[in-house]
Design a binder for this molecule. Structure first.
Ligand SMILES: CC(C)(COP(=O)(O)OP(=O)(O)OC[C@H]1O[C@@H](n2cnc3c(N)ncnc32)[C@H](O)[C@@H]1OP(=O)(O)O)[C@@H](O)C(=O)NCCC(=O)NCCS
Length: 146
């Protein structure tokens, strides 16, 4: 399994099976787009080209980054891949002041083992936009919520 910080040579075909349990998941094409638009990424790629896990950071490139998503395909979980992906991504963010993420309580020890400290998070969710494309005719397009 190789880790890479680049989407080069990977298409939506290579990005199947993620967003487990999401009611309205992004398509592989939308997933490819969100990786392409990220500040830094870390991908675990099988020999055949299938992506087995990923982590993604967004950033202003000056002080702060946020890690919205980390996921490992079920058959690869529990073998250290999530930890490797996080280390690989955090290594790409070492020049920044702050790296933040939010997670469920049971994952706090996982992130503490990576050197992160527990804090508080606040969030808003618009589930009509969970897939990354407008799910309903009357939901606003990019650029406006009013
Ligand atoms: C979280 C996740 C990325 C970890 O990937 P992984 O490759 O299994 O991670 P590692 O093998 O490096 O570490 C596994 C350890 O993480 C912890 N861990 C992982 N998932 C956990 C969970 N749901 N609850 C509690 N601990 C968990 C455990 O300590 C686990 O050790 P164990 O396998 O001995 O029980 C993976 O479980 C996943 O994709 N989950 C679904 C998506 C998700 O929750 N993403 C995180 C968003 S904040």
């Amino acid at each position: 399994m190789r880790l890479t910080d680049s989407l080069e040579g990977l298409t939506p075909e290579n990005l199947q099976g993620f967003f487990a349990g999401w009611p309205n998941p992004p398509s592989p094409e939308t997933f490819h787009r969100l990786l392409a638009g990220s500040y830094r990424i870390s991908l675990a790629v099988e020999e055949g080209g299938r992506v087995a896990g990923f982590a993604q950071a967004i950033s202003d490139g000056v002080l702060t980054a946020f890690i919205p998503l980390l996921e490992v395909l079920p058959e690869h979980q529990g073998q250290g891949l999530g930890t490797r992906l996080m280390r690989h991504l955090l290594g790409q963010l070492e020049h920044l002041y702050a790296v933040d993420l939010s997670c469920d309580a049971e994952l706090v020890p996982f992130y503490e083992r990576l050197g992160m400290e527990r804090g508080n998070a606040m969030s808003l969710r618009n589930y009509a936009r969970q897939s990354g494309v407008s799910g309903f005719p009357d939901t606003p397009g990019p650029g406006g919520l009013d």
